[in-house]
Design a protein around this ligand. Structure first.
Ligand code: T46
Length: 132
């Protein structure tokens, strides 16, 4: 599952604000937050899927492109709006490309970090999808 969601803006004359809460604006219990920034020129990241992990990615500054692949089709999604979130379910291969120099990509996750949840080999990912 992959889906862009609109995040509610709480703006007033002073500026803008977005609030993220477990089980309301974010459709899971948030256990971990990390953010990726200062990505060097022409560097791509990701190149893995997760067995179980579900995440919400928000580009709070700048822009980047995510290539998401459910094993059947691939989609390129541009993130460049802090009031938009991208839900990335389990068993989705993801690659992150075209980071702008000011990109800050914040990711909320429903589980703690666990290297055993990563599928870092594309052929293994395809095999798991095909045996589902
Ligand atoms: C994802 C995409 C969108 C930790 O020790 N704890 C953590 O919570 C995370 C996220 C990473 N790490 C370690 C694991 C690696 O040694 O930090 C190093 C860099 O992680 P990685 O190479 O997996 O980073 P990305 O940018 O390729 O992928 C990250 C997330 O790991 C991943 O879950 O979905 O962002």
């Amino acid at each position: 599952m992959m889906k862009k969601i609109k995040l509610k803006m709480l703006g007033d004359e002073r500026g803008s604000m977005v609030v993220l809460e477990s089980n309301t604006s974010v459709p899971f219990e948030i256990k971990r937050v990390y953010y990726i920034f200062d990505t060097k020129n022409n560097v791509s990241r990701g190149f893995h899927a997760h067995k179980e992990l579900r995440q919400l990615a928000v580009c709070v500054s700048g822009s980047c492109r995510l290539l998401l692949d459910d094993g059947k089709s691939k989609k390129n999604i541009i993130l460049n709006n802090p009031s938009e979130g991208l839900l990335i379910g389990n068993l989705i291969w993801r690659e992150m490309h075209d980071f702008s120099s000011d990109c800050v990509l914040m990711v909320l996750a429903n589980e703690y970090y666990d290297e055993l949840d990563y599928i870092r080999d594309y052929e293994k990912f395809k095999e798991i999808i095909n045996n589902k």
